[in-house]
Design a binder for this molecule. Structure first.
Ligand code: PGD
Length: 770
């Protein structure tokens, strides 16, 4: 048994040691509510699905770079590191020489691991910037693609709004009603990129509820609010929140409960928006009766809720998931509008807390100084895409599209470099994504595991997992800086991304520019010293690096509540204006109206999604964040695996929908639409709205026939049926949360689930000798 080390993950801080077989993992003692996701680490490090050696796809090795439909079905040839690095460096140099850095996609979206130095995306970016001068990048995220674009137009930057909004402390002390659209599931707030030392949301909800605060959960799923909140659950149709919010606003106005003084002083464009709500603009008043049919929720209940909200300290929360849908910008905007009509923004515990509970960063306090990021260098390529438009880019080079007031053109990408992400988890319509990736000349992937993305790559470079290297974990909203101490030697021939990129940069004649002459240990010390210097500027100090490293963690000083964005604005709207064009909350945005988008007008509105249930596909599918893993990470781990049945992901279905289809608890079901199909195991429950089924994301893609146009995932990855369309011309965010499907009992023999076995590998073959 080796000695215990301190380490950290996006889902919590822990102590770990190597046992005879598995790792022994114990949550950090000060965490009041540790995440069970830690259980996925125990058997991960030497799992058979680890990538042990660099590998090259046979088709690429034999025929050279170029579009190839065999990606995803080909076998791999294991090669020595030197050969793999030579091939990768030469291919990058070729593409750069022939087509320029504009032909290289380095967006490399993905969460990778909690360590800030080995942050894989930053490593890719610095490597491409320092070797070929840049790359086509991606902007925004799959988490909050719509919110990140609309919020700056109407109130302020996403991070300011979400991270400096209402705190949990304020909610516990002041809020009467927490009106939550999309809930605040603890499975989401157990995670925070960079790490989280104390999971406090459950306790905050318990304390607030005990004081008498009322939590109201509007969601198709009861489980979107934990029992501790003692929430009232109101099931509404997926994607209908905007209609419900409009109807609430309507009745608050006609009841005479709108805070006119607040709207006058702090908001821009109330009159245009009011005309729309009351139907003066389009002849359609947004009444509860109007909304009831859309939401599948009674008009009287909407009217009663509008009355209940008056004169109370009300906090409106809107989860990230609502904006991962067609017209996802609208519920984000309407949540703010509802809070404004009630006159609540800027009051302690009141107003609008966008995405509170969607991630562990929000509702917390801020460190006075943050641990510095690994510097990425300068990208000389200006071309970018909104992150979720990657398949469009690869399939439609040269085509024009709209984004946030700009008319952009998709570049022609020949080479994509991916480290720390799993597009065959995070992207929608995976059959389309496979066709998109087949257009590339070359796909290079760094991964610890044989994920579906690694199985579509041409050159696969085995990366260490977090436990196999030293790093520092931290985030601006958590006071604990963690020395992430190496626990074990790298599995097989795995190398960390920095070592891989250093060796590649050497081949491209830019080693020193990339490394600055520092080893990874020296970078950790260098970044730590920068943090010490910044603390010094505030008259604060931190122990030297060795003391920190030995202690395993360091508690950083935090600011208190005074910096909350809307408090300042409310106190002094002239002196502390919001960073919007008017300096106020924008209920009508001249900027957005000026873009002229039919799918995102100048005020918040109800815009029906194109995807609606029909006779062939009568059910909504909610494809939400999983509770048993982070995204697709460590899906083979003990905790995730123990929550599947027959090795398949679970599908929740209402008893009425199940009985109509003669589906019983535990049956294997097939969920399908025109894009593909997946298998899952049925769990019948009244905790889901009738007409809706739910399958979480993250089960590794396991297509029965890898090259099928309409993939059939036998494991339960819902992204085979989700739609790859943008939220609107404004944000072009991902719309993976909701799909339209049918479901039937699957009676055939259960196909083998091979996602956790490596692909066919030819070991140690030297291609020159073939
Ligand atoms: P992860 O599974 O976290 O998913 O998408 P993302 O791609 O981030 O992938 C991270 C990968 O990095 C893993 O394969 C892991 O093994 C690898 N990795 C970890 N550490 C390292 C490292 O040090 N080096 C290297 N090279 N690799 C490493 C998440 C995305 O999915 C997100 S954020 C959201 S919010 C979206 N949510 C939904 C949704 O709600 N519904 C649908 N349908 N689809 C979604 N997709 C999105």
């Amino acid at each position: 048994m080796s000695s215990e080390k301190m380490h950290s993950s996006h889902w919590g801080v822990f102590r770990v040691s190597e046992g005879d077989h598995d790792l022994s993992v114990t949550a950090w003692g000060d965490d009041p509510d540790p995440s069970p996701l830690l259980g996925n680490f125990t058997d991960a490090a030497d799992h058979p699905v680890r990538i042990g050696k660099p590998a090259v796809r046979r088709g690429w090795l034999e025929h050279g770079p170029g579009p190839d439909n065999r990606r995803g079905a080909d076998e791999y040839i294991e090669v020595e590191w030197e050969q793999a690095l030579d091939l990768a460096a030469a291919e990058l140099a070729r593409v750069n020489r022939v087509f320029g850095a504009e032909a290289v996609f380095g967006g490399s979206y993905g969460w990778s691991s909690a360590g800030r130095f080995h942050h894989a995306q930053s490593q890719v970016h610095r490597f491409l910037n320092t070797t070929i001068g840049g790359y086509v990048r991606s902007v925004n995220s799959y988490s909050s693609g719509a919110a990140a674009v609309i919020l700056p137009h109407i109130i302020g930057e996403l991070n300011e709004v979400a991270r400096r909004g209402v705190s949990w402390d304020d909610i516990v002390a002041h809020t009467d009603i927490i009106l939550s659209f999309g809930g605040m599931a603890l499975k989401n707030s157990q995670v925070a990129s960079g790490g989280i030392s104390r999971h406090t949301e459950r306790e905050s909800m318990r304390l607030a509820a005990e004081r008498g605060a009322r939590f109201i959960n509007f969601s198709p799923l009861r489980s979107d609010m934990p029992p501790e909140a003692r929430a009232r659950w109101h099931a509404i149709a997926p994607g209908s929140d905007a209609a419900l919010m409009l109807a609430l606003i309507h009745d608050i106005v006609v009841n005479g409960d709108a805070d006119k003084a607040f709207l006058e002083r702090y908001c821009e464009g109330w009159s245009q928006f009011e005309d729309y709500v009351l139907g003066k603009a389009d002849g359609l008043a947004k009444t509860p009766q109007w909304a009831a049919g859309i939401c599948r929720y009674p008009a009287q209940a909407i009217a009663a809720l509008a009355r209940e909200l008056a004169e109370k300290r009300v906090l409106i929360t809107v989860s990230h998931s609502l904006q991962r849908a067609e017209h996802g910008e609208q519920p984000v905007w309407l949540g703010l509008a509802l809070a404004a009509v009630l006159g609540q923004p800027g009051l302690p515990g009141g107003g609008y807390a966008y995405a509170l509970g969607a991630i562990g960063h929000y509702g917390k306090h801020h460190n006075i100084v943050a641990f510095p990021p690994f510097p990425q260098g300068v990208n000389q390529v200006n071309t970018f895409i909104p992150v979720a438009r990657v398949a469009d880019m690869l399939l439609h080079p040269g085509e024009h599209y709209d984004f946030n007031g700009q008319r952009l053109t998709y570049p022609h990408i020949r080479l994509a470099w991916w480290a720390g992400g799993n597009p065959f988890h995070h992207h929608q319509d995976l059959g389309r994504l496979r066709r998109a990736f087949s257009q590339l000349d070359t796909l290079i992937v760094h991964e610890p595991f044989w994920t579906a993305t690694a199985r579509h790559a041409d050159i696969v470079l085995p990366a260490t997992m977090t436990l196999e290297r030293d790093d520092v974990g931290g985030t601006p909203t958590d006071p604990l800086l963690v020395a992430m101490q190496k626990v074990r030697e790298p599995q097989g021939e795995a190398r960390d991304d920095y070592t891989i990129f250093s060796a590649l940069a050497r081949r491209l004649g830019a080693e020193h520019t990339f490394t600055q002459g520092r080893s990874s240990q020296q970078w950790l010390r260098h970044l730590y010293r920068q943090m010490q210097d910044k603390l010094g500027q505030h008259g604060l100090s931190a122990p030297d690096f060795d003391t920190f490293w030995q202690a395993g963690s360091l508690l950083l000083p935090q600011t208190k509540d005074g910096d909350r964005l809307l408090r300042h604005f409310r106190a002094d709207p002239g002196g502390a204006p919001l960073p919007t064009p008017s300096g106020k909350i924008e209920l009508f945005s001249r900027t957005i109206a000026g873009f002229g988008y039919a799918d995102c007008p100048g005020h918040p509105a109800w815009l029906a999604a194109r995807q609606q249930p029909d006779a062939h596909h009568p059910l909504w599918l909610i494809a939400n964040q999983p509770a048993t893993r982070l995204h697709s990470q460590l899906d083979f781990g003990q905790w995730s695996a123990s929550h599947k049945q027959n090795e398949r992901e679970i599908c929740q279905i209402h008893p009425c929908d199940a009985s109509k289809r003669a589906i019983r608890n535990g049956d294997i079901v097939k969920i399908f639409n025109q894009r593909g199909a997946l298998l899952a195991c049925a769990r019948i429950t009244e905790d889901i709205m009738s007409g809706v089924v739910q399958v979480p994301t993250g089960a590794w893609f396991a297509p029965l026939e890898p090259l099928a146009d309409k993939p059939f995932c036998v494991h339960g990855n819902p992204n085979v049926v989700t739609s790859d369309t943008g939220t609107s011309s404004l944000a072009q965010g991902c719309t993976g949360q909701i799909a339209i499907v049918e479901i039937v009992k699957f009676d055939g023999p259960l196909p083998a689930m091979n996602a956790f076995k490596p692909p066919h590998l030819t070991k140690g073959l030297n291609p020159a000798s073939e």
